[in-house]
Design a protein around this ligand. Structure first.
Ligand code: ADP
Length: 361
């Protein structure tokens, strides 16, 4: 099957006076597994429904395979959508649920049988063909919903939080299955989620939305390492932020006066926003935690602190440390025998300058 691109050009959409999507520009490459990530109400579903043809933009163009489909109704778009609720027909068998779209299209009987069999085999449900949806587990129902959509061989697959009804363990299993199915079919897939872990682990690239505005588009790795603003930094993973006024600025270093903590001298590499205040942002796993005074490793900027809370996670311990009047999160990887700092312990928190990203405050 031909792999197609999906392109949103300057798309805006309003409900009455409320602008829900604001001048969106997204290019999804042929065969890509693309996630739309954002908090509830950020406009993800609205955009997905717009691509499917259930919503119409007030401005801009939607191109599929380079062709403007803005005025095509949903049934002419060759796009398949799997809803959060699955929306299976309860009175029909699994087979009839999957075959439904083909019967509706009045395809020859032989073809309906072959394609339904193939779709059920693809999702590993051949032996469940005679059951009804309520005789299946949540994960199996999810696979029926997928089979029912891919059987019509859409050029684009849209998934609206397809895993959110499943428990954690099943969700992890299903997202692997989904990804492997997507890879085998090579179908351009757009996946809506508010779960950053889900987006990070599956997507080739993703767009982070907030209030209907695209904040950043990139691979999970790029967004995690190089968020362009504080919203993305906080939404994709956990981020510590020390905000302060820029006191001195040279070409390769600056001094940030962080209220309640003190002056931080930081080396500067790459672009730094030219704003009077900056947010020094760094991930918990890049932070060292040691006995008060630090371990003397000059690579780190050591700050004194007091342990407020600790959570032993097995692979690592997550500490909340009070530093001046700020609270920082530090993850220390755990090895057998390593003791855990008790609450109230004076410690030193070591920031690794190369891991600090300076964002506009
Ligand atoms: P998300 O999928 O990111 O949770 P939605 O796309 O569902 O967000 O909603 C985005 C915004 O649009 C929300 O503020 C929501 O209240 C509003 N909205 C969604 N559908 C409608 C509608 N049919 N009429 C009016 N407002 C709507």
């Amino acid at each position: 099957m031909k792999k197609v691109s999906v392109e949103c050009r300057n798309i805006s959409l309003s409900y009455g006076k409320t602008e829900v999507l604001k001048d969106l520009n997204i290019v999804i490459e042929p065969g890509e597994f693309f996630a739309l990530l954002g908090p509830s109400g950020s406009g993800k579903s609205t955009l997905l429904r717009l691509i499917a043809g259930f919503n119409r933009q007030s401005q801009g163009t939607l191109l599929v395979d380079g062709k403007d489909v803005s005025s095509s109704p949903p049934w002419k778009r060759n796009i398949g959508m799997v809803f959060q609720s699955y929306a299976l027909w309860p009175h029909m068998t699994v087979w009839d649920n999957v075959a439904f779209g083909l019967v509706e299209r009045k395809l020859p009987r032989n073809e309906i049988r072959e394609r339904t069999e193939a779709a059920l085999a693809l999702v590993g449900l051949s032996q469940y063909a005679k059951r009804r949806p309520n005789e299946l587990s949540g994960g199996q129902q999810q696979r029926v919903a997928l089979a029912r959509t891919i059987v019509i061989e859409p050029q684009v697959l849209l998934l609206d939080e397809p895993l959110s009804n499943l428990d954690k363990k099943l969700r992890v299993q299903m997202r692997r299955e989904l990804l492997s199915l997507q890879r085998r079919l090579g179908i351009t897939t757009i996946f809506v989620t508010h779960d950053q872990e889900e987006a990070m682990t599956t997507a080739d690239r993703m767009a982070v939305l907030d209030h209907g505005v695209v904040q950043q588009i990139g691979s999970p790795n790029t967004l995690f390492d190089f968020p362009v603003n504080r919203f993305v930094a906080n939404f994709v993973g956990t981020m510590n932020v020390l905000e302060g006024a820029v006191k001195e600025r040279t070409s390769n270093s600056l001094v940030l006066a962080v209220e309640g903590v003190g002056d931080l001298q930081l080396p500067v590499a790459g672009e730094v926003p030219d704003t009077p205040r900056l947010a020094a942002s760094f991930r918990p796993h890049t932070v060292q935690i040691d006995m008060a005074g630090g371990n003397g490793d000059g690579r780190y900027v050591w700050l004194p602190g007091v342990v407020q809370a600790s959570e032993f996670q097995g692979e690592f311990t997550r500490y909340e440390v009070q530093v001046g009047d700020r609270q920082l999160t530090a993850d220390q990887s755990h090895l057998a025998g390593l003791s855990i700092f008790p609450i109230g312990a004076p410690v030193a928190v070591g920031l690794e300058p190369s891991q600090i990203r300076l964002l506009a405050a």
